[in-house]
Ligand binder design. Structure first.
Ligand SMILES: [Fe+2]
Length: 215
């Protein structure tokens, strides 16, 4: 397991609050999020600029676990490193990360196709608000500027992402935040997918995550 994973597991042991009761609606939503799959977006754009140093990888990194795409994926999202728009509300979030192989080799040009709910827990299923794809740089690094997604029934805070090495099948998964009470009531939640997250002086949050692909 990665260092982040171990920390996440420790958090689960020490800090997870009592699970919330799930409504029938919540269970349906979770089921939909867990099982539905959709088509991948095209990989047609240049590498994103990222600022992370080369990640420190151990020799025992497990592949990032897959999770369902859910019902809200829209193909052909715009190419962009920021999902912030002029009227965006919500807690600013910067995700810094890398895409590597199980041998800890960076995957240059890996595509990351993101989608998530807005601050009130709503998905834009008409346009592309909080949807976008980007490409890792030559060292497999990426950064995404967005907001912390809101909650919606049955789900804790999460972002969906499809990560695809060039000419390989995509990994579809979701990433989560530490210390969110709703984590414990969401059966899709996986502590291996918690981003290492810190609060920033400006009120925003910064997260880090390394995607490990089986390529
Ligand atoms: Fe979702």
């Amino acid at each position: 397991m990665t260092q982040v994973t171990r920390r996440a597991f420790l958090w689960m042991l020490l800090g997870a609050p009592t699970a919330l009761a799930l409504s029938a609606c919540s269970q349906l939503e979770q089921a939909m999020e867990g099982v539905q799959q959709t088509q991948s977006a095209p990989a047609t754009s240049p590498a994103a600029v990222a600022l992370l140093p080369t990640p420190a990888c151990g020799d025992d990194d497990d592949p990032t676990p897959p999770q369902g795409a859910g019902p809200f994926y829209t193909p052909n999202s715009p190419l962009r490193d920021s999902l912030i728009e002029a009227d965006t509300v919500g807690t600013r979030l910067m995700i810094l990360g890398s895409v590597v192989t199980t041998a800890c080799q960076p995957i240059a040009g890996a595509m990351l196709d993101w989608w998530h709910a807005d601050d009130s827990g709503q998905y834009d299923n008409v346009g592309y608000r909080f949807r976008g794809h980007q490409f890792a740089d030559e060292q497999g690094r990426f950064q995404l500027e967005t907001i912390v997604p809101g909650l919606y029934p049955g789900r804790t805070r999460h972002l969906h992402v499809r990560v695809q090495a060039p000419n390989q099948a995509p990994l579809t998964t979701q990433v989560y935040f530490p210390d969110v009470p709703e984590n414990d009531g969401d059966f899709l939640f996986d502590p291996a997918l918690i981003m290492d997250t810190t609060d920033q002086p400006d009120g925003g949050r910064r997260s880090a995550f390394t995607f490990v692909l089986s390529v």
